[in-house]
Design a protein around this ligand. Structure first.
Ligand SMILES: Cc1cc2nc3c(=O)[nH]c(=O)nc-3n(C[C@H](O)[C@H](O)[C@H](O)COP(=O)(O)O)c2cc1C
Length: 402
C-alpha cells in the first residue's frame, strides 16, 4: 500500500469493510446513503451517482451490468492509473457495491489499451477476491447475491472513454457514440441496464459506506462533496497525483506543487479551459472550475497557441468522424490557428472561427466535438497578448473561401 495521503481515497480503510457494511444493509438503504452523500461522477460530467444507480435499480430486466470506465484518455490525466495500480481493490469493491445496489450479475473494467501492463495485477486481485468470496456466488455469505468482474481491453481510442462508444466497443463494434436517449442506465451493454462510472467514483464508494454520508458531505463545498484527485503536470517543482478537497483554489494548488512564474493553467485537459492569473482565485469544483482531474501548469516561457494547436490536432486524430461539425470543423480551426500564429488572421475571420466553435459546441453529437474548441475559445478570448491580428483582408482568410 502506498504512502499517499488525502482526506478520502488516500486515507486508510481496511479491505472489504465498505462491502461488508453494504451487505449488512438492503440495496435500497445503500442507495440512500450514496444519494445522501451527494457523490457526483468523477469522470468529467459530474452526474449524481446515486441518481444514476437509482435509475438502473428501478429497472427489472433479467440482466444488469456495472462498468468501470478505466479508459483514461484525456491529455494530462493520469490519476486513474495511480488508483488502478495502487488501490485496485477499492475500485473493484466499489463495483461490487454498485452491483448489489442495482441488482447486477456482472461487472466489467474497461481498461485503456495503453494500460495493458496493469491487466495482470488487476486479474490477480480479482482472483484473490474470488478466493475471499468477495466475488462469485453468495458474496461474503449474502445469499442470492452473485456478481463477478471481468476486464475488457480498449484499443487506444480516446472516444471509447465516452460511455456509449465504450459500450459499443465492449460489444465488439466500432467505438462510436450512440444517440441518447435511450441512456445506458436503461439500454446499455447488450441492451440491458448498465451503470458506467469512473475509476475514482467507484473508489470513493467504500469510504462513504464505512465513514458515512455526513462525513463525506462535510468535505468540499456545498455543491461538490468530497475530494478530487488531480493529475498535476507541467511547470512546477512537484508534479504528481494529489487528492484535494473540492473548493481548493487554483492558487492554492499552485502553491502546493511549487509552481512559480505561472502564466496559465489548463484545467480539465484538452477538453477543459485555460485560466490566467486573474482567475487563480477560482475554485476546483463542479460549480466553478470542473475537471476530470487534469491540471496542466504553463509558465511565462510557454506559447499558449502551441498548446491549443497540440490539443486541436489531438481531437482531429481522435474524432470518430461520425458527425459533420466535429469531423469538418476541427481541421478548419487548425488552419485558422496556423493563420493566427503567422499573424495573418484578421478580426473578421477570427469572429468566423469563434462562430464555428459555437457550432461545434452546440451541434456535435458527443462531448468530444462539443469540447474540442474549448481551449481555442478560452486562450484566444482571454490571452489577447499571445497573438497579433492582421489588419489586412486576405483572400485566404475568408471563411470557407477557396
Ligand atoms: C470523448 C470523451 C471521453 C471520455 N473519457 C472518459 C474517460 O476516460 N473516463 C471516464 O471516466 N469518463 C470519460 N468520459 C465521460 C463518460 O462518458 C461518462 O460520463 C463517465 O464515465 C461516467 O462516470 P462518472 O459518472 O463516474 O463520472 C468521456 C466522455 C467523452 C465525451
Amino acid at each position: 500500500m502506498s504512502k499517499r495521503e488525502g482526506p478520502v481515497i488516500f486515507s486508510e480503510i481496511k479491505p472489504l469493510t465498505g462491502l461488508r457494511k453494504a451487505l449488512e444493509m438492503s440495496g435500497e438503504a445503500v442507495l440512500e446513503v450514496i444519494k445522501s452523500s451527494n457523490l457526483k461522477g468523477r469522470g468529467g460530467a459530474g452526474f449524481p451517482t446515486g441518481l444514476k444507480w437509482g435509475f438502473a435499480a428501478s429497472d427489472s430486466d433479467e440482466h444488469k451490468y456495472v462498468v468501470c470506465n478505466a479508459d483514461e484518455g484525456e491529455p494530462g490525466t493520469f490519476k486513474d492509473r495511480v488508483l488502478l495500480s495502487e488501490y485496485p481493490l477499492l475500485m473493484l469493491e466499489g463495483m461490487v457495491i454498485a452491483g448489489y445496489v442495482i441488482g447486477a450479475d456482472r461487472g466489467y473494467v474497461y481498461l485503456r489499451g495503453e494500460y495493458k501492463g496493469l491487466k495482470k495485477e488487476l486479474e490477480r486481485v480479482i482472483s484473490e477476491m474470488r478466493e475471499n468470496k468477495a466475488l462469485g456466488e453468495d458474496i461474503l455469505g449474502k445469499k442470492g447475491f452473485n456478481f463477478d468482474i471481468e476486464i475488457k481491453m480498449g484499443a487506444g481510442a480516446y472516444i471509447c472513454g465516452e460511455e456509449t462508444a465504450l459500450i459499443e466497443s465492449m460489444e465488439g463494434q466500432r467505438g462510436e457514440p450512440r444517440n441518447r436517449p435511450p441512456f445506458p442506465v436503461n439500454t446499455g451493454f447488450l441492451g440491458f441496464p448498465t451503470v458506467v462510472n469512473n475509476v475514482e467514483t467507484m473508489s470513493v464508494v467504500p469510504h462513504i459506506l464505512v465513514k458515512g454520508a455526513d462525513w463525506f458531505k462535510a468535505i468540499g463545498t456545498e455543491k461538490s462533496a468530497g475530494t478530487k484527485i488531480l493529475s498535476v503536470s507541467g511547470d512546477c517543482v512537484k508534479p504528481g497525483v494529489y487528492e484535494v478537497p473540492f473548493g481548493m483554489t487554483v492558487e492554492e494548488v499552485l502553491k502546493m506543487v511549487g509552481a512559480e512564474d505561472t502564466k496559465a493553467v489548463q484545467v480539465g485537459g484538452a477538453s477543459g479551459v485555460c485560466v490566467g492569473k486573474d482567475e487563480f482565485g477560482r475554485e476546483i469544483s463542479f460549480e466553478d472550475l470542473p475537471t476530470g482531474g487534469s491540471f496542466i501548469i504553463l509558465n511565462s516561457g510557454r506559447n499558449l497557441l502551441d498548446m491549443v494547436k497540440n490539443f486541436l490536432e489531438f481531437f482531429n486524430e481522435e474524432s470518430c468522424g461520425q458527425c459533420t461539425p466535429c469531423r469538418e470543423g476541427v481541421p478548419v480551426l487548425i488552419e485558422g490557428l496556423e493563420l493566427i500564429k503567422k499573424e495573418e488572421c484578421n478580426e473578421r475571420y477570427l469572429k468566423d472561427l469563434f462562430s464555428l466553435c459555437e457550432t461545434l459546441q452546440c451541434s456535435s453529437k458527443c462531448g468530444l466535438g462539443q469540447s474540442a474548441p474549448n481551449a481555442f475559445v478560452s486562450v484566444l478570448d482571454k490571452f489577447k497578448d499571445e497573438y497579433k491580428l492582421s489588419t489586412k483582408i486576405k483572400k485566404e482568410t475568408v471563411f470557407n473561401g477557396q
